[in-house]
Design a protein around this ligand. Structure first.
Ligand code: J2J
Length: 525
C-alpha cells in the first residue's frame, strides 16, 4: 500500500475522496431511479432495480456467511449477474477476484489458492463450455472454498439467484481497503493478483469517465470481457454507471453480434482491442446496420498501428481514443482536443497530473528526453505491490515504489507516450497477455519435452501469435499432442502455442541464456 505521505497528498489533491464502490450505483439510484442502467439481451434494469438487486444479493451473501475481507473468485461472462454481484460484494466489503471467461482449471485453482477464496461464482454454461465440471475440479483443489454459486442451472451447486434476502444494514467498508483484485497480464510465471482499493479504483473510473466525456446520454457497449480492467473501469461499466449512462452488455464482440446491438440501443461509446477494431473496420464497409450513433471508439490493450487508427473516423464515423493501460494502474489516453496526428500516432498521455513517469535504460538511468526506455510509474491508482508475492515485488518495483511496467516507450515533449516494444517476457496475442514462462513451465512437464521456449511472432491480425520451440526427449511430440496436453493441464485456450517447431539445439546468447531474439527471428522467417 502507499506510504502515508503519498496517501495524504492524494487525498489533499482530491483524487481519493473516500468514495466506496458500492456508492457508485447507490448515488445513481437516488438521483435517477427510473433511468436505464443496464441492458443484457432482453433484460433491462433501471438504476433503482439494479441497486435493489445488489442489496438483496449482498444480504444473501452475508446470510451464507460471506463477510468483509473474504475473497470470491468471480468467473462470469458479460451478464447482468456480473454487475449486480460485483456491487453486492463491494457493499459488504468482500472482494471479487476477477477471472477471465477463457480461464480454466490451472488459472482458477491458482487464483483460489493465492486469494484463499471462500466462494467461486460461475455461469452454468458459456460459449459451449460447462463451468460446473470445472467447478467440481477446482473445488477438489481448493480447500478454503466453501461455496460454488452458479448463475443459471446450478447442477450440484447453489443457484446464485437463491442467494438473496431482504436488505439488511450493511457495514461501511473502509475506502482505503482493497475493493477487488484484478489479474495481472504482465508478469512472469503464474498470474499475480493486483489489489485495487475503493479510493484508487473510484478515482480510476471517475477520472476516466471525465477524460472520455461520458455523461447521462452515454450508452456504453461492453464488448470485451468485463472482468478486464479496460471495459470494467476505464471508464467502462463502472465509469458509465458513475456518469449516469446506460451499459449494454454483449458476450460476443463480433460485428455480427455487436452491430445490431449498436443499432438497437443507439450505443455511443465502446472499447476494443486492435484486432477487433480491424474486424469492425472491415465489417463496417459492408454492413446494413446503422452504427451512426457511435461517437467514440476506444482502442487499447495492444498497439494500434497508424494505418487502422486513421481509418476509424472516416470508416466507422466516430472519433478514436487510444488507450495504453494496465490492470496494475497507469492509464494513458489521447484526449478529445489532441490533434488527429497525435491521436493516430501516440498511445496517449497519463490520466492524472500526479502520475509520475520515468523512462529508463537497462541500468535504470533516466534516458535523454525523447529516447526509448523502460517505463516506470507510480501514482494514486498504481499498485505498490502484488498480493502475497514478496519475491516478485522485490523485482517489480524500485525501492521508492515505482512499478516497472516492462514496456518500452518514448515520450513526446507534450507528454504523450509512444509504445515501442517491451522487455517483459509476455506475448500480447490480440490484447490477451501470455506469460512465456508460465507456458514453458507446462510444456516442460510433458515427458517428451526436454526443453521449451515460447516466442511471439508478428501477425497482421492478432498483433502477435505464439510459437513454441521444443527440444524433444526421444520422439518429438506433435502440435496436436502438446495442445491436448496443455488443455488437459487446465490452461486457457489463448495460451496454447499457435505453432510448434522442433529443434535439436537452441541458440544461446553470449552469457549462455537461450536467445529468444534469435528464436523470434527464426519463427518470423
Ligand atoms: C501498446 N501496448 C499496450 C497500447 C496495453 C486499458 C487498456 C489496456 C489495458 C490492458 C488496460 C496498450 N499499446 N495501447 O488494463 O485499463 C500492453 C502493455 C501493458 C499491458 C497491460 C486498460 N495497452 N498495452 O491491456 O493489464 O504491455 O491491461 O503493460 O491486460 O498491455 O495489460 P493489461
Amino acid at each position: 500500500m502507499w506510504p502515508e505521505a503519498f496517501a495524504a497528498r492524494y487525498r489533499e489533491r482530491g483524487y481519493w475522496t473516500g468514495t466506496v464502490l458500492g456508492d457508485v450505483l447507490r448515488r445513481g439510484a437516488g438521483r435517477h431511479p427510473r433511468r436505464t442502467a443496464l441492458v443484457d439481451g432482453d433484460r433491462r434494469y433501471d438504476y433503482a432495480a439494479l441497486d435493489a438487486w445488489a442489496d438483496r444479493t449482498a444480504a444473501g451473501l452475508l446470510g451464507i456467511g460471506i463477510a468483509a475481507g473474504d475473497n470470491v473468485v468471480v468467473h462470469l461472462p458479460n451478464t447482468a449477474e456480473f454487475v449486480s454481484l460485483s456491487f453486492a460484494l463491494f457493499r459488504i466489503g468482500a472482494r471479487p477476484v476477477y477471472a477471465l471467461p477463457a480461464h480454466r482449471r490451472s488459472e482458477i485453482a491458482h487464483m483460489c489458492a493465492v486469494s484463499e477464496a471462500v466462494a467461486y461464482v460461475i455461469p452454468d454454461r458459456h460459449a459451449g463450455y460447462d463451468f460446473r465440471g470445472l467447478a467440481a475440479e477446482v473445488r477438489a483443489e481448493a480447500p478454503a472454498l466453501r461455496h460454488v454459486l452458479v448463475a443459471g442451472d446450478p447442477g450440484p451447486f447453489t443457484a446464485l439467484s437463491d442467494v438473496g434476502a431482504d436488505p439488511v444494514p450493511l457495514p461501511d467498508p473502509d475506502p482505503s481497503s482493497v475493493a477487488l483484485f484484478l489479474l495481472s497480464g504482465g508478469t512472469t510465471g503464474l498470474p499475480k493478483l493486483i489489489p485495487r482499493t475503493h479510493d484508487d479504483y473510484a478515482y480510476n473510473l471517475r477520472a476516466s469517465a471525465e477524460v472520455t466525456g461520458l455523461g447521462e446520454d452515454t450508452v456504453y457497449l461492453a464488448a470485451l470481457p468485463v472482468a478486464h480492467n479496460f471495459p470494467l473501469a476505464c471508464p467502462g461499466v463502472l465509469g458509465t454507471l458513475h456518469a449516469g449512462g446506460t451499459v449494454v452488455l454483449t458476450a460476443s464482440p463480433s460485428p455480427a453480434d455487436a452491430f445490431p446491438l449498436i443499432e438497437r440501443e443507439r450505443v455511443t461509446v465502446t472499447a476494443l482491442v486492435p484486432a477487433l477494431a480491424l474486424l469492425w473496420l472491415e465489417a463496417a464497409k459492408a454492413t446494413r446496420r446503422d452504427v451512426s450513433s457511435l461517437r467514440l471508439l476506444q482502442v487499447g490493450g495492444a498497439k494500434l498501428k497508424e494505418g487502422p487508427a486513421r481509418r476509424v473516423a472516416p470508416e466507422l464515423g466516430c472519433a478514436l481514443q487510444q488507450v495504453f493501460g494496465m490492470a496494475e494502474g497507469l492509464l494513458c489516453y489521447t484526449r478529445g482536443d489532441d490533434s488527429d496526428e497525435v491521436v493516430a500516432t501516440t498511445q496517449g498521455r497519463p490520466l492524472c497530473p500526479d502520475d509520475e513517469v520515468r523512462i529508463v535504460d537497462a541500468d535504470g538511468v533516466d534516458v535523454e528526453p525523447g529516447a526509448t526506455g523502460q517505463l516506470l510509474t507510480r501514482g494514486p491508482y498504481t499498485l505498490r505491490g502484488y498480493h502475497r508475492a514478496p519475491e516478485h515485488n522485490a523485482r517489480a518495483f524500485t525501492d521508492d515504489g515505482f512499478y516497472l511496467t516492462g514496456d518500452l516507450v518514448r515520450a513526446l515533449p507534450s507528454g504523450h507516450l509512444v509504445v515501442e516494444g517491451r522487455v517483459k517476457e509476455v506475448i500480447n496475442r490480440a490484447g490477451e497477455k501470455v506469460s512465456t514462462e508460465e507456458v514453458e513451465g507446462h510444456l516442460l512437464a510433458h515427458p517428451a519435452v526436454h526443453d521449451a521456449a515460447l516466442v511471439g511472432v508478428p501477425d497482421d491480425l492478432l498483433g502477435e501469435r505464439s510459437c513454441a520451440f521444443v527440444l524433444p526427449r526421444g520422439a518429438a511430440p506433435s502440435h496436436a499432442e502438446l495442445t491436448a496436453f496443455l488443455r488437459d493441464r487446465g490452461l486457457a485456450d489463448y495460451k496454447l502455442p499457435d505453432r510448434v517447431e522442433v529443434l535439436t539445439a537452441f541458440p544461446y546468447t553470449a552469457v549462455g541464456k537461450v536467445s529468444k531474439k534469435a528464436l523470434a527471428r527464426r519463427a518470423a522467417d
